[in-house]
Design a protein around this ligand. Structure first.
Ligand code: ATP
Length: 445
C-alpha cells in the first residue's frame, strides 16, 4: 500500500485525470469546497444512491420514498432548532484575516485575550472573541430582499420527511413502525471545509427516518445500526476500516437518546460518514407545537395515542462515495510494472467492462464493435482501440472497470473472447454469446 500521507493527493489527481471529480468552476479559479462529479464520478455516486434506495425502499415493505423540495417554510427551521442552534463559534485574526473555529486545536490561549496566538501568522493578541455563525445558507424568496422574504437552503433532508410524515402515513396506508427514505441535496456554510469531498458546502444526503412506538425505539435503533453496517460491508468496504463510535454524553444532541457514528479510517484519520440516531419524539413534537397541527398517532390495535419516536439513519452520498474511492485505491507491481488499480465493487464500478480489439485489422474491430453494441444495451461499457493492450488495461484499472474483454486472432475464427478480471488478472475465454450473461452474474448488486 502507498504511504498514507500522499494517498489523498494521488486520489485527488486520479479523480481529476480520469473524470471522477472536478473542482467546481475550475476555469474561474474554483469555488471553495464545492465539487463536480465527472463522467465516471456521476456513475459511481448514482450506483451508490440506487443501491441504497433499492435496499431501503424497494426491498422493504415498511419504508416509503419521498423527494421533498430544498426550500421549505422558514418556520420549519425554527421548529427544528436550526435557526437558534445550528451555529459554530468563530474567531478572526485581525492581523492575517484568517478565520477559525473557536475550538481549533491549533489555537494557543483564549481567543479575545492578549495571550491568544494566531495559528497561521503567529501574531499574539490578534484573535477576536468567538462570535456565533449560523451554518445555514440564506436566500430570498420573491422579488424583494427583505427579512420577511428570507428562506434557507435546507441543511439536512430530514425535516422534509418530518413535515410530510402525516401525508405519507395517510396516502401509503402504512402503520407504525414504518419509515420514510429520501435522497437529496443539503447545504451548510461550513467554516472549516476540506479533505477533498469529505466536508463540502453543498452535498447529498441519503436519510431514512423510521417512526416507532415509544418503548420500542432502542430495539429499532439497534436493528438499524447493524443493518447499516452490514450494508456497507456488502458494498465491499474493508471491515477493518469501519467502526462504530457511540456518542458520549457531551457529543449527544440535546434531543437524542442514543447515537452512533459509523466511521471509516481515512488517510486523515477515523471520521464519521454516517450516523444512526435515536431522535425520540423531539422532531414531531416540535413540528406539532410550531405548526399547530396534530402529529400524533392512533394505534389501531390498542387505541392508544402517542407521538412516534424516530430512529434516523443519515448518510452522506458524497462521503460514502469518497469512502469507496479511498478504500478501492491500490498500487502494485505486475510483471515488473507499476499499476494503479481502483478495486471498486463491480456493482459500484462506473464502467462494468471495456472492449478491446487486440489490433485494428483482420476483422477484429468489427467483432469487437458487435460485442460492445450487445453489452451496452445492458451495461455502461467502454470501447477502446487506442494504444497497446497493456496500456488499455491499465487505463481501465485506474477507472475501476472490473472486466476487460479482448477480441484477438482466435476470436474471429471461433467467436470467443478473453475476459480479464481486474483484481485477479486471470483471463478466461468464453463464447461471444455468453458475454452478456457472464457479466450479468458478476456485476449485479
Ligand atoms: P460533521 O460532524 O462531520 O460535521 P455531522 O455530525 O454534522 O457531521 P450529520 O448532521 O449527522 O453530520 O449529517 C449526516 C451525514 O451527512 C454525515 O455523516 C455526512 O456523511 C454528511 N455530511 C454532513 N455534513 C457534510 C458536509 N459538510 N459535507 C459532506 N457531507 C456531509
Amino acid at each position: 500500500m502507498p504511504s498514507t500521507d500522499n494517498v489523498m493527493d494521488k486520489l485527488v489527481s486520479l479523480a481529476k485525470r480520469r473524470g471522477f471529480v472536478f473542482q467546481s468552476s475550475e476555469i474561474y479559479g474554483g469555488l471553495g469546497s464545492v465539487w463536480d462529479y465527472g463522467p465516471l464520478g456521476v456513475e459511481l455516486k448514482k450506483n451508490i444512491k440506487e443501491r441504497w434506495w433499492r435496499s431501503m425502499v424497494h426491498a422493504r415493505e415498511d419504508i416509503e420514498g419521498l423527494d421533498a423540495a430544498i426550500l421549505m417554510h422558514p418556520r420549519v427551521w425554527e421548529a427544528s432548532g436550526h435557526v437558534a442552534g445550528f451555529t459554530d463559534p468563530l474567531v478572526d485574526c485581525k492581523h492575517c484575516k484568517n478565520r477559525f473555529r473557536a475550538d481549533d486545536p491549533r489555537i494557543k490561549g483564549t481567543p479575545g485575550q492578549p495571550d491568544a496566538q494566531c495559528p497561521v501568522c503567529g501574531s499574539r493578541g490578534t484573535l477576536t472573541a468567538p462570535r456565533m455563525f449560523n451554518l445555514m445558507f440564506k436566500t430570498f424568496m420573491g422579488p424583494v430582499e427583505e427579512a420577511a422574504a428570507v428562506v434557507y437552503l435546507r441543511p439536512e433532508t430530514a425535516q422534509g420527511i418530518y413535515v410530510n410524515y402525516l401525508n405519507v402515513l395517510q396516502s401509503s396506508r402504512q402503520k407504525i413502525p414504518f419509515g420514510i427514505a429520501q435522497i437529496g441535496k443539503a447545504f451548510r456554510n461550513e467554516i472549516t471545509p476540506g479533505n477533498f469531498t469529505f466536508r463540502t458546502r453543498e452535498f447529498e444526503q441519503m436519510e431514512m427516518q423510521f417512526f416507532v412506538k415509544p418503548g420500542t425505539d432502542q430495539e429499532w435503533f439497534e436493528f438499524w445500526r447493524h443493518e447499516r453496517m452490514k450494508w456497507l460491508v456488502e458494498l465491499g468496504i474493508r471491515p477493518e476500516k469501519l467502526r462504530f463510535h457511540q456518542h458520549t454524553k457531551e457529543e449527544l444532541a440535546h434531543y437524542a437518546k442514543d447515537a452512533y457514528d459509523i466511521q471509516y479510517e481515512f488517510p486523515f484519520g477515523w471520521q464519521e460518514f454516517e450516523g444512526i440516531h435515536n431522535r425520540t419524539d423531539f422532531d414531531l413534537s416540535r413540528h406539532q407545537e410550531y405548526s399547530g397541527k396534530k402529529l400524533d398517532y392512533l394505534d389501531p390495535a390498542t387505541n392508544e395515542r402517542f407521538v412516534p419516536y424516530v430512529v434516523e439513519t443519515s448518510a452522506g452520498a458524497d462521503r460514502t462515495a469518497l469512502v469507496t474511492l479511498v478504500d478501492a485505491y491500490g498500487e502494485e507491481e505486475v510483471a515488473g510494472e507499476k499499476r494503479v488499480v481502483m478495486r471498486l465493487h463491480p456493482a459500484l464500478a462506473p464502467l462494468k467492462a471495456a472492449v478491446f480489439p487486440l489490433v485494428n485489422k483482420d476483422g477484429m474491430p468489427e467483432l469487437a464493435r458487435r460485442v460492445y453494441d450487445d453489452l451496452r444495451r445492458h451495461y455502461n461499457v467502454f470501447y477502446d482501440d487506442g494504444g497497446s493492450i497493456g496500456r488499455r488495461y491499465r487505463r481501465q484499472d485506474e477507472a475501476g472497470t472490473p472486466f476487460g474483454i479482448t477480441i484477438d486472432g482466435q476470436s474471429t475464427a471461433d467467436a470467443t473472447v478473453t475476459v480479464r478480471d481486474r483484481d485477479t488478472l486471470q483471463q478466461v475465454r468464453i463464447h461471444t454469446d455468453r458475454v452478456v450473461s457472464y457479466l450479468g452474474e458478476r456485476v449485479k448488486g
